[in-house]
Design a protein around this ligand. Structure first.
Ligand code: NCD
Ligand code: ZN
Ligand code: ZN
Length: 411
């Protein structure tokens, strides 16, 4: 019997981490049922999109976002608002952070988070707080991507967990961890993990050349450590921090041009396996306070910035696919995510690599409605975003009300 598909996307150039070809992509029941050369789909499709001239990438998996719900910071961003911005940026799955107020540090609170997340238009998963005194909760929660260690001060974190013996006890559990750890603190954490760690450790927003070098060294020695870079650390440096003031302030802060170059090298040689936004929405009114909370929005601008970097020859489209979908999905074992293959979730982003645009505050769908990249001219634009076989963003509009689901985290 001929294959029955809900949707056929034909004619776009599909880019995967290993190559690119003009493709027929068919989905049914939210999954890919046919992935082959253009013209190869012999079945029937209820809907066909002719996508000649566009480039198709696996939907982006952003493993580091702050969506601010539930709790007192929901005015900065919600699953509804920030997931729309993400969809407009080609992101089809996010992992959200536990430094909400209150923290996501108990199984009961995680259920409250799950309730909020149902408003998301894209798929999602959760990082759980490892506060240092909630080990029972960490062992009890189901289907979390990691347990988050905050070892430096940042939004909502006033007493970071920098106690070596407590870190040792946590890392020895073999649970998956993610850390905010900068500079000397990162060195300390890597040393404790080397000696006591029995599970994976992922380092968020790597920003310094010495941090890239530390990861390169421990990975070469076989330590189970991965790292990500954030777009603001790749596309801005300390001279921008001076220009942007509080709108260019985040943790880690913007670094030197030499640090930025080291991040790009780390992405090129595989030391860093993911790019993740650290999307951290704060209203302009929050940013006008003294001291202003650190963090900048990023989910809607990551892909346009990366496409522009491709146009400038800094990396290839294959690299973009590797670093924004397959790489991050693999780090956190996200089932069905990160690749366009038969049986995988039908997540896709169609981009126009030739379209020029100016990133502007006015176009931002986030609650804060500003971006540190306001005014930047880029080559490359998101045209459509498909989440599990359903268009969520098309030609400038969000076209669904909700529909995101919790991703399954493999063990
Ligand atoms: C983040 C936030 O605002 O939640 N801020 C930031 O500067 N990156 C927290 C964090 O990721 O450290
Ligand atoms: Zn952080
Ligand atoms: Zn963060």
């Amino acid at each position: 019997m001929a294959c029955q598909a809900t949707l056929l996307v034909t004619g776009a150039t599909l880019v995967t981490p290993v190559g690119a070809f003009a493709a027929d992509l068919a989905s049914a029941d939210g999954r890919w049922v046919h992935v082959g050369p253009a013209g190869s789909f012999g079945g029937q499709a209820a809907q066909t999109l002719q996508a000649d001239g566009l480039t198709a990438l696996p939907g982006l998996v952003d493993v580091h976002v702050h969506f601010r719900e539930p709790g007192v910071h929901a005015h900065k961003g919600t699953y509804a608002s920030e997931s729309r911005a993400a969809a407009a940026g080609g992101v089809t799955c996010v992992l959200t952070m536990p430094n909400t107020n209150p923290f996501t540090d108990s199984p009961e609170q995680l259920e409250v988070v799950r309730d909020c997340a149902r408003q998301s238009v894209i798929d999602y998963g959760f990082h759980f707080m490892a506060s240092g005194d909630n080990l029972d909760a960490m062992l009890a929660v189901r289907n979390v991507a990691s347990h988050k260690l905050y070892l430096n001060e940042t939004t909502g974190i006033t007493s970071p967990l920098a106690d070596e013996s407590r870190l040792r006890d946590l890392l020895a559990t073999g649970l998956p961890f993610m850390a905010h750890a900068e500079g000397d603190t990162l060195d300390m954490l890597l040393a404790v993990h080397a000696q006591w760690g029995t599970g994976p450790l992922h380092i968020g927003h790597v920003a310094l050349a010495r941090e890239v070098e530390a990861l390169r060294r421990v990975r070469a020695a076989g330590q189970w450590v991965t790292g990500e870079a954030s777009p603001h650390h790749l596309f801005l440096d300390e001279t921008d921090a001076a220009r942007l003031g509080p709108l260019g302030d985040m943790r880690p802060t913007l670094k030197s041009a030499a640090d930025v170059a080291a991040l790009w090298e780390g992405l090129a040689d595989g030391t860093l396996e993911a790019i993740a936004t650290d999307h951290a929405p704060h209203l302009l009114s929050d940013k006008q306070r003294v001291p202003a909370p650190p963090g900048v929005p990023g989910v809607q601008t990551m892909l346009p910035l990366l496409l522009d970097a491709v146009a400038a020859g800094r990396l290839s489209l294959q690299d973009v696919a590797r670093l924004t979908s397959r790489g991050p999905a693999a780090i956190f074992r996200l089932q069905g995510k990160g690749q366009v293959t038969c049986g995988a979730d039908a997540d896709l982003v169609l981009v126009d690599t030739a379209a020029e645009q100016t990133i502007s505050n006015a176009d931002q769908l986030t609650k804060p409605g500003w971006t540190p990249f306001d005014g930047r001219r880029v080559r490359g634009a998101v045209v459509r975003t498909l989440r599990r076989g359903e268009w969520v963003y098309a030609d400038g509009e969000i076209v669904v009300e909700a529909g995101g689901q919790e991703v399954v985290v493999g063990r």
